[in-house]
Design a protein around this ligand. Sequence first.
Ligand SMILES: CC(C)(COP(=O)(O)OP(=O)(O)OC[C@H]1O[C@@H](n2cnc3c(N)ncnc32)[C@H](O)[C@@H]1OP(=O)(O)O)[C@@H](O)C(=O)NCCC(=O)NCCS
Length: 181
Amino acid sequence: MKYNRVLTLKNGKKAILRNGDAPDGQEVFEVFNRCHGETDYLLTYPDENSFDPDAEAEYLAEKTKSENGIEIVAEIDGKIVGTAGISAVGSKFKVRHRAEFGVSVLREYWGLGLGRALTEACIGCAREAGYEQLELNAVLENERATSLYRDCGFVEFGRNPRGFKSRTGKYQEVVYMRLEL
Ligand SMILES: CC(C)(COP(=O)(O)OP(=O)(O)OC[C@H]1O[C@@H](n2cnc3c(N)ncnc32)[C@H](O)[C@@H]1OP(=O)(O)O)[C@@H](O)C(=O)NCCC(=O)NCCS
């Protein structure tokens, strides 16, 4: 899928939200690893990234060609500072109406409105692709994320008290949320 939008952030700077494509592979790979190292709320630790820059480029090219998936990058002053995407839950008839959503922004750019803009962009793309339900999971204590999702209309439908086990040794309760489109 394709996407392109310019928005003005809370600090007055302009950001571009656009679908990531093959030439972004190296930078998206680096931003993924940075984002995943800056917070303990995501599933993957940077050393568990299953992609290298070439595989990331291929993934982004496939998403651009896809009719029901997208990876959107947020760019400020020509630098990628966050990503968000939607993917089909599955291709079988009974689950074809469902998509999964994920978002992350580099910590130094939090609080500027990028998380909300990326989330809203993905909701719009999910509708355009014909999905009926968008799903996500989040660590309960990640209030910045869960309050944003609630605000965008996502509703909690379950919790797993020991959903994640952090490398700190602590369990993290995982909240499942869904949005009817
Ligand atoms: C979650 C995340 C994407 C939010 O991105 P962001 O760019 O900071 O989001 P925004 O600036 O659009 O802020 C979103 C809203 O949260 C609010 N918010 C900020 N801090 C908050 C807090 N501690 N508690 C509750 N709400 C908070 C903001 O006020 C804003 O609301 P508004 O649009 O009504 O002003 C970002 O923090 C992130 O990438 N975190 C690490 C990765 C992650 O946790 N991803 C989600 C996994 S489920």
